[in-house]
Design a protein around this ligand. Sequence first.
Ligand SMILES: Cc1cc2nc3c(=O)[nH]c(=O)nc-3n(C[C@H](O)[C@H](O)[C@H](O)COP(=O)(O)OP(=O)(O)OC[C@H]3O[C@@H](n4cnc5c(N)ncnc54)[C@H](O)[C@@H]3O)c2cc1C
Ligand SMILES: NC(=O)c1ccc[n+]([C@@H]2O[C@H](COP(=O)([O-])OP(=O)(O)OC[C@H]3O[C@@H](n4cnc5c(N)ncnc54)[C@H](OP(=O)(O)O)[C@@H]3O)[C@@H](O)[C@H]2O)c1
Length: 262
Amino acid sequence: MTAADKYTIETITHIHTWVPDKLFSIRTTRPAQYRFIAGQFARLGVAKCTPEGESIAWRAYSIVSAPHDEHLEFFSIVVPNGEFTSELARMQAGDQLYLEKMNYGFLTTDRFECGKDLWLLSSGTGLAPFISILYDLKTWEDYERVILVHSVRDPGELAYRELIEDMKHHEYFGEFAATRLRYVPVVTRTQTPGALGKRITELIDNGELERFTGTPFDHARSRVMICGNPDMVDDLRKQFVGRGFSVSKRGQPGHLAVENYW
Ligand SMILES: Cc1cc2nc3c(=O)[nH]c(=O)nc-3n(C[C@H](O)[C@H](O)[C@H](O)COP(=O)(O)OP(=O)(O)OC[C@H]3O[C@@H](n4cnc5c(N)ncnc54)[C@H](O)[C@@H]3O)c2cc1C
Ligand SMILES: NC(=O)c1ccc[n+]([C@@H]2O[C@H](COP(=O)([O-])OP(=O)(O)OC[C@H]3O[C@@H](n4cnc5c(N)ncnc54)[C@H](OP(=O)(O)O)[C@@H]3O)[C@@H](O)[C@H]2O)c1
């Protein structure tokens, strides 16, 4: 197998900037044969010119778009001097990206059995896989409540907020989202109306998140997905394990599925 058998070359069709020089989303073309489950990630490559010649830098990226969409969408941070994101941030519509043909990851709802309340706990760009999961009809068939918590430092970083708040009007699942979806924005460094102001870990410790959503954590009902900053993921996992929740393993469904971004 040659390297070229492992990837396709896709074209950027649209870029949306959320916070200049910090956060943006890109849409690309999607090969017809590219399949994934909501919550999985792709591996993207950008061409880089080095003194030794051209090379490709590869990074994992959660897929924001739905499995049924004709395009692919990704939500990205810009890391100052980051090998990959410095290149990606310079790109424009019409530019090309490499996409590995394989997709990856276990942050998918098929890790769980029998839950009623799906908790999606994210920080920063860790929101990305949860948008795809919200677009998946199966989520609405399987769960009576879906609570999406997005924690960011500053209010401008609440990307996708309007889209999430508008899901109640979606033509296929709007009826479900209207009654089942609870969106909880969390802004930790600036007091922000309409958002909770403490870290998710603290909101869980002091019971505020359960009170605010009217949904208690419960072994029989709660299934919890956690994605983003590795310190947050680690701290939350410990909190839940301390309360008797277990991490899902292959062939052994539990209550928790987690993904670290770095
Ligand atoms: C499974 C998986 C899925 C991922 N999905 C996404 C995604 O959907 N969107 C996305 O932006 N990144 C995602 N990442 C991170 C991504 O792979 C790269 O790390 C990121 O694009 C930065 O690349 P870089 O080469 O510029 O910097 P790197 O050299 O890769 O990272 C340098 C430093 O930047 C910080 N950093 C890296 N990624 C992030 C981030 N996402 N948010 C905040 N700080 C970060 C960390 O401190 C890291 O040590 C994911 C990572 C994994 C493992
Ligand atoms: N956002 C910026 O303006 C900025 C500026 C310079 C550099 N960076 C770099 O960008 C990377 C992170 O970017 P980011 O904006 O996604 O920020 P982040 O640091 O991952 O923070 C995102 C959210 O997660 C929360 N969080 C972080 N650690 C946590 C933990 N252990 N438990 C619970 N919640 C936790 C943060 O709360 P807190 O606010 O309480 O931390 C914040 O609400 C870092 O490498 C950082 O050095 C970002």
